[in-house]
Design a protein around this ligand. Structure first.
Ligand code: CA
Length: 225
């Protein structure tokens, strides 16, 4: 793919460029939003990796301007770990998906592949739907279904499920789940993770709940998708 990486952290920008080029992508680098908009208007790009925190105009504003101009290029947003609203605002501004910093390169690469697949399937922007077994979670509309049944989740339960769905097959400790699902902490203890997992399993129903496995003494693991 021909990619534009917009990142003001020069070291991270160079690292991403090198790794992506290692995966045979052609990579342009822009250190701020203004340059990014210039590059997008010229080059025939396939996708943008866009940091939210930029020195001039924010990544959110870059995404908004592109969408306002009718540009539907896939956008993968890089959001800060402690800014829970950034994920929602990023998607609202027109981003197709996001990765939370700090991220493993593999996660970013996988998200880019998914964006490219969607683009080539001609589905355009449909929002991000995470699936695992009978469970599907629509991140844009903030809705969850098990098979065809809609499931009403509280915001905390939703965040928790989203975290599981984003890390299938991976053992997540209670602390990791707290950090991922509730970055602001909310004064929750590790015990409250168990409570919310219990609520979540209850609402998902037996079949779907069985996909969230307890890892004794450590935490939880979502079955492989
Ligand atoms: Ca930044």
């Amino acid at each position: 793919m021909h990619l534009l990486v917009v990142e003001d952290d020069a070291r991270l920008g160079r690292l991403l460029k090198r790794l992506l080029e290692g995966d045979r992508h052609l990579v342009e680098l822009a250190p701020n939003g203004t340059d990014a908009l210039d590059v997008v208007s010229m080059a025939g790009l396939d996708a943008i990796v866009l940091d939210i925190g930029l020195p001039d105009i924010s990544g959110l504003e870059v995404a908004r301007r592109l969408r306002d101009d009718g540009n539907q290029i896939p956008i993968l947003m890089l959001t800060a770990r402690d800014a829970i609203d950034d994920r929602v605002r990023g998607l609202d501004s027109g981003a197709d998906d996001y990765v939370v910093k700090p991220f493993a390169y593999e996660e970013l690469a996988a998200r880019l592949r998914a964006l490219d697949r969607r683009r080539r399937d001609g589905n355009g922007r449909r929002g991000v739907v995470l699936r695992n077994g009978p469970i599907s979670l629509d991140e844009v509309h903030r809705s969850v279904k098990v098979a065809d049944r809609s499931v009403e989740l509280s915001p905390r339960e939703f965040s928790l499920l989203e975290c599981f769905l984003r890390h299938p097959g991976q053992v997540l400790s209670r602390q990791q789940l707290l950090d991922h699902a509730w970055p602001y902490g909310d004064f929750l203890t590790e015990n409250s993770v168990d409570t919310y997992v219990h609520y979540l399993r209850d609402k998902l129903g037996k079949l779907a709940a069985a996909r969230i496995l307890t890892v004794r003494g450590v935490g939880y693991r979502m079955a492989e998708a």
